[in-house]
Design a protein around this ligand. Structure first.
Ligand code: GRF
Length: 191
């Protein structure tokens, strides 16, 4: 059994997809960390029965907020952290405590379109191949080593909403699968 924490800031659809998939394994999603009190991800956590903690980033440094996150997650003995729409850049304070153990999902084929406007920038591009990236987190913004990319071809006349739906469906199919693979390999190594 390996233990996962998910960090989210908003809707939390990836968090839910992961939680539902992990439930069918011997692993567990131990907690949700959220930086916004009003995030829908918190409602999802309640419905799923997963402990959720709001850690504020306002009025203090990222390092201070991360200090609180570290205190909060410590008792859960977390093996892997999955960022799922967590809109904060992590600092070395947190990253160095979980070396190689923090992953992120990005709704574009990195290194194209890093940052928060990835879907719109992908849509506005002339790219015929769009997709998603799951990568390890390093100190940069969406720069860490790629674990997997999944892509699809666009015809050209899709609306922004259709592209967005396609990307999210791909995320929900891929992220849980990769998370479980990583939890399996962590579990295996610790035996
Ligand atoms: C996803 O598109 C993810 O790739 C990006 O933020 C979005 C989060 O969506 N990092 P949700 O909160 O999981 O619904």
């Amino acid at each position: 059994m390996a233990r996962l924490a998910v960090f989210a800031s908003g809707n939390g659809s990836n968090f839910q997809a992961i939680a539902e998939a992990v439930r069918r394994t011997s692993h567990s999603v131990r907690c949700l960390i959220c930086d916004r009190a009003g995030a829908f991800a918190l409602e999802r956590a309640r419905a799923l029965g997963i402990p959720a903690h709001v850690v504020s980033y306002s009025g203090r440094s990222r390092e201070e907020s991360e200090g609180e996150i570290l205190d909060v997650i410590e008792p859960y003995a977390i093996d892997l952290i999955a960022l799922a729409g967590f809109m904060r850049l992590l600092t070395p304070r947190l990253i160095d405590r979980y070396p190689e153990r923090i992953i992120n999902i990005h709704p574009a084929l990195l290194p194209k379109y890093p940052g928060t406007r990835a879907i719109a920038e992908s849509y506005d591009s002339r790219d015929t191949e769009l997709g998603i990236t799951i990568h390890r987190v390093d100190y940069g913004m969406d720069t860490g080593p790629t674990i997997v990319q999944e892509s699809f071809r666009r015809v050209g006349n899709e609306t922004m909403e259709e592209i967005e739906r396609h990307i999210h469906n791909l995320e929900h199919a891929t992220y849980p699968r990769i998370v479980i693979q990583l939890l399996d390999s962590i579990d295996h190594r610790s035996r």
